[in-house]
Ligand binder design. Structure first.
Ligand code: MFK
Ligand code: FAD
Length: 497
C-alpha cells in the first residue's frame, strides 16, 4: 500500500444525477413546460461538472483592483475571473434573471428560473450574487410604479442579449449599520440644477462592476428613522464610461466568496434618481430583499447538493476497514441523515419559489404565507448549509482540510449564507414582523392543510406548531421576551414546515 493513490471524487451531470430535483420538477411542472426547458437543464448540469473539473486543474483566480494608471490617473478598474467573464453570455443564454419574469411558462416561471440558478450557482463562482440583486432590482422597480425608471432599467436587467445586459448592486450596508439601516449616513442633496447627488460611504458593495445599483440614502433635511430614508437608482458610469462620482477604496479580503469582488466605496456627488417619492426607502427596497433572500436559499441548496454529490461519490471510492465507506453502516447513515435534511429543505425552498411565481394570481392567503416563509427559508438553509459543508469536510477526512481538493472552499463559501441578506437573528425578527399579532394562527392553519394534503402527520409536526403558538401567545405582551426567543421560535416554525 506504499504507492497507493486515492482516486479523486468525480462529479457527473448535475441535472441527470439529481433525483431530488427531477422528482420535484416532474411533480411541479406540466410535461410540456419540462420538455421545453429540459435541454437547457441538461446543458447546465454538464457545465457544472466541467467547471468543477476545470477548477481543480488550475490555480484559484481572484478579482483585482487597479486604482491608478501608469501616469497617475485614477481609474479604479476591477478585473474579474474567467468564470465571471463568461457571466453575461451564460446569463442571457440561460435567462437566470429573465426566466423569472417572462410570461412563457406562466406561474411556473420561478420554478424554471430557480432550477437554472440551482444548477449554475457553484460553477458561477458567486456570479449569482449580482444576478440575485438584478432580479431584486427589477422586482422592486416594477413594484414601485416608477414608470420612467422601469422603462429604462428593467428591459436591460432582463435582457437576452449580452451587449444590452445590466447588472445591479444593492447599496445598503454602511460602517454604522448593516442590520440597522436606519443608521445610514449617506446623504442625498439636490445640486444647482435640481438633480439629486449622493455623498457618503458604502461599506459592502458586491456588484460595483455592475451598471447600476439601488441605494439607500438620507435626503438632506428629512427627519430621522427608517421611514425618512429614500431609495435611489444610481447608474455607475456616466455617458463617457467614467465612474459617476464613485471611488473604489478597496476590495474586501474575505473568508469565502473570494471570486466575488466586494468593494468599499465612497460616493462623492454620484448622480442619482429617486425611486418614487424620496421617502419610505426601506418599504420600497423590501421586494428586492425578499427576492434576494429566495436566491440565497436556492444557492445554499446548490452548495448542499454539491457537498452531498461529492461526499457520496467519494464514499464509493474510498475504502476503510475492508470495504468502501459507502458500505460502512455508520458512514452511510451519516450521509443519509444529511441527505434527508437537504431534501426537506429543498422541497421547502422550491415550495416558496412556486408561491413567488404565482405573482398577481396569488390569493391573499398565499401572499401572507410567502411573506413569512421567505425569511424562514433563508434563515433555515443559511444555517443548514454551514453544517452540511462542515460535515462534508469531515466525510473526506484529512483531504477535506486540504485546499486543492476543493472541499474547504465549500465550507468557507457556505458561511456567507447566514450573514448577508439579513442574519439569522434579523430574519427571526422579520418573521415576527411578518406574522404580526394574529399571523401565527393563520400559519398553523395553512400548515395543517399542507399536512392533510401530504396524508397525515406522522412526525408530530402539529404538536410543534401548537407549542410555537402557545409560546407566542404567552409572550405577546412583552416585546423583549418575544425577541429573546425569536430565533428558537423561527427555527421551530421552519423545521415544522
Ligand atoms: C448568491 C446568493 C444570492 C444572495 C445575494 C446577496 C448579495 C448580498 C447583498 C447584501 O447583503 S445586501 C444588504 C442586505 N441587508 C439587509 O438584508 C438588511 C437587514 N436588515 C433588515 O432586514 C431590517 O429588518 C430592515 C432594515 C429591513 C428593517 O429595519 P427597521 O428599521 O426596523 O424597519 P421597519 O420600520 O420595521 O420597516 C420599514 C418598512 O419596511 C415597514 O413597512 P411600513 O413602512 O409599510 O410599515 C416594514 O413592514 C417593511 N419591511 C421590512 N422588511 C420587509 C418589509 N416589507 C416586506 N418584506 C420585508 N422583508
Ligand atoms: P450587525 O448589524 O452589526 O450585526 C452584528 C450581529 O448582531 C449579528 O449577529 C446580528 O444578527 C446581530 N443583531 C443585529 N441586530 C440585532 C437585533 N435587533 N437583535 C438581535 N441580534 C441582532 N451589504 C450591502 O448592502 N450590499 C452588498 O452588496 C453586500 N455584500 C456583502 C458581501 C459579503 C461577502 C458580506 C459578508 C456582506 C455583504 N453585505 C452587503 C453586508 C451584509 O448585508 C451585512 O454585513 C449584514 O446585513 C449584517 O450587517 P452588519 O455587518 O452591520 O452586522
Amino acid at each position: 500500500t506504499m504507492d497507493f493513490i486515492q482516486s479523486a471524487p468525480v462529479l457527473g451531470n448535475q441535472y441527470r444525477d439529481d433525483p431530488v430535483l427531477r422528482e420535484m420538477l416532474a411533480r411541479s411542472l406540466p410535461a410540456g413546460v419540462l420538455a421545453a426547458i429540459e435541454g437547457d437543464l441538461d446543458e447546465l448540469g454538464a457545465y457544472a461538472a466541467e467547471a468543477w473539473a476545470e477548477a481543480r486543474a488550475r490555480e484559484a483566480a481572484e478579482p483585482t483592483l487597479q486604482q491608478w494608471d501608469a501616469w497617475g490617473g485614477r481609474i479604479d478598474r476591477i478585473d474579474v475571473t474567467p468564470a465571471w467573464r463568461r457571466g453575461a453570455a451564460m446569463t442571457t443564454r440561460y435567462g437566470f434573471v429573465a426566466a423569472g419574469h417572462e410570461s412563457t411558462h406562466g406561474v411556473h416561471a420561478r420554478i424554471d428560473q430557480f432550477t437554472r440558478v440551482y444548477l449554475y450557482h457553484v460553477a458561477s463562482e458567486f456570479h449569482t450574487c449580482p444576478l440575485a440583486m438584478s432580479d431584486g432590482a427589477a422586482t422592486a422597480l416594477k413594484a414601485s410604479g416608477a414608470t420612467a425608471l422601469v422603462e429604462r432599467a428593467v428591459p436591460r436587467l432582463l435582457a437576452r442579449d449580452p451587449a444590452r445586459l445590466w447588472l445591479s448592486g444593492q447599496w445598503m450596508t454602511e460602517t454604522a449599520g448593516g442590520s440597522d439601516v436606519a443608521r445610514t449616513g449617506t446623504v442625498a442633496r439636490r445640486d444647482r440644477d435640481g438633480a439629486w447627488r449622493l455623498y457618503g460611504r458604502k461599506w459592502f458593495t458586491s456588484a460595483v462592476v455592475g451598471e447600476m445599483a439601488l441605494a439607500l440614502a438620507h435626503p438632506a433635511g428629512a427627519g430621522d428613522g427608517t421611514d425618512a430614508l429614500a431609495l435611489f437608482l444610481v447608474e455607475t458610469r456616466d455617458t463617457h464610461g467614467r465612474w459617476n462620482g464613485i471611488r473604489i477604496d478597496r476590495l474586501k479580503d474575505k473568508l469565502g466568496t473570494r471570486e466575488l469582488p466586494t468593494a468599499e466605496i465612497h460616493l462623492d456627488g454620484a448622480l442619482a434618481t429617486p425611486v418614487g417619492e424620496p421617502a419610505h426607502g426601506v418599504r420600497l427596497i423590501a421586494p428586492m430583499l425578499n427576492v434576494t433572500r429566495t436566491w440565497n436559499a436556492v444557492c445554499a441548496l446548490a452548495t448542499m447538493r454539491r457537498c452531498l454529490a461529492l461526499a457520496s461519490d467519494y464514499a464509493r471510492r474510498r475504502e476503510a476497514f475492508g470495504r468502501p465507506l459507502a458500505r460502512q453502516p455508520l458512514h452511510r447513515a451519516t450521509l443519509a441523515a444529511l441527505a434527508a435534511e437537504f431534501e426537506a429543505a429543498f422541497h421547502f425552498v422550491f415550495f416558496v419559489a412556486g408561491l413567488l411565481g404565482r405573482g398577481e394570481q396569488a390569493t391573499p392567503g398565499e401572499r401572507a404565507l410567502l411573506r413569512v416563509l421567505t425569511p424562514l427559508a433563508k434563515l433555515w438553509t443559511g444555517r443548514l448549509v454551514v453544517r452540511v459543508a462542515s460535515e462534508t469536510c469531515e466525510a473526506f477526512g484529512g483531504a477535506g482540510y486540504i485546499e486543492n481538493t476543493g472541499i474547504p472552499q465549500l465550507l468557507r463559501d457556505a458561511q456567507v449564507f447566514p450573514i448577508w441578506e439579513g442574519t439569522t437573528n434579523v430574519l427571526a425578527l422579520d418573521v415576527l414582523r411578518a406574522l404580526g399579532t394574529d399571523g401565527v394562527d393563520a400559519l398553523a392553519t395553512e400548515a395543517r392543510a399542507l399536512l392533510a394534503e401530504a396524508g397525515g402527520d406522522r412526525h408530530g409536526i402539529g404538536a410543534s406548531l401548537d407549542a410555537a403558538r402557545a409560546w407566542h401567545a404567552a409572550r405577546r405582551a412583552s416585546r423583549d421576551a418575544l425577541e429573546a426567543g425569536a430565533r428558537g421560535f423561527a427555527l421551530t416554525l421552519a423545521r415544522a414546515f
